[in-house]
Structures are given as C-alpha cells and as structure tokens.
Design a protein around this ligand. Sequence first.
Ligand code: GDP
Ligand code: MG
Length: 161
Amino acid sequence: MIQDQEVLAAEMERTFIAIKPDGVQRGLISEIITRFERKGFKLVGIKIMVPSNGFAQKHYHGLKERPFFNGLCNFLSSGPVVAMVWEGEGVIRYGRKLIGTDPQKSEPGTIRGDLAVVLGRNVIHGSDGPETAKDEISLWFKPEELVSYTNNAEKWIYGQN
Ligand code: GDP
Ligand code: MG
C-alpha cells in the first residue's frame, strides 16, 4: 500500500519544458518531443505562443543581474515557443539530463549536444528543480490547461509492484 502511494506520488512529478524560438524555427519540435515521449514521460500540457518581452523577463527573473539577460529575453520573445509540461518519475532531473548543458560541453545523445552549437541558441529550456518547476508551470499554464490521465503504457514503463 505504501509502495503504491509512493509510485503514485512519484508519477505526479511535473516539469516545465519549452522549445525556444530557434528550436521551432529549425523544425526541431517533433525531434525534441520524441525524446521525452520515447523515454516514457507523459505529456500533460502543450501550447505554442509568442511570449512578450515582459513575460520572458518573468520567466528568467532569476537571471536579471546577468549581462546576457536582456539579449536572452529578447531572444525568447522573438518568435513562437512551444511550452510543455511533462510528467513522470524523476522527470525534473532526468529531463535536464536529456537536455544537456552548454552545447559545447554536452555529450552527443543529449538534445543540446546533438542539436545546438552555442550557449545563446540552445533550443530548449527545462526547469532546474522542484521549486522552479512549480513556478514555471504556473507562469506558463492555467491549471485547466493541464490534463491528468492514465496512459496505457504506464504499467509497462513502471511495472505494477
Ligand atoms: P539552463 O538552465 O541550462 O538553460 O541555463 P541557465 O539557467 O544558466 O541560463 C538560462 C539561459 O540563458 C540558457 O539556456 C542560455 O540560453 C542563456 N545563457 C546562459 N548563460 C549564457 C551566457 O553566458 N551567454 C549567453 N548569451 N546566454 C547565456
Ligand atoms: Mg536554468
């Protein structure tokens, strides 16, 4: 019983993932979604939007003292962004693993390692921890834009006991 509750709680972990304007313009939407989907994570929210500069500033508020902040916000608001919420056990931390870090330092096999060359055009954003995931999900999505559902593959991804 305790184990079932743990599994249930773990399955509820959610992270915010965004395909940035460079990823959208370069035709990488399906490529990026595929990597999360085939891992076994579950898509529970998705929309495409052009964030305003003010919205980008809110999203990146933690970086406002950094010299690249204005350029970063201009870039994020320069075109359509695909905003998503993915759910699964360990999705916050493992999502960051799928993403990689600096494109020049990321291993092949990661999204930034395979699909990006420079730091300022790194195709994807992912929440860096539970608190930022919570904040970013509520910045980008209304609760009613997120769906909870059982995916038939879950019993094969997680096992039943
Ligand atoms: P992330 O969590 O890996 O996305 O990286 P950070 O939270 O540190 O920075 C947010 C975003 O700012 C990164 O994804 C980059 O797009 C951008 N960025 C970070 N560092 C630099 C930098 O030194 N120069 C520029 N131009 N952009 C940066
Ligand atoms: Mg970050």
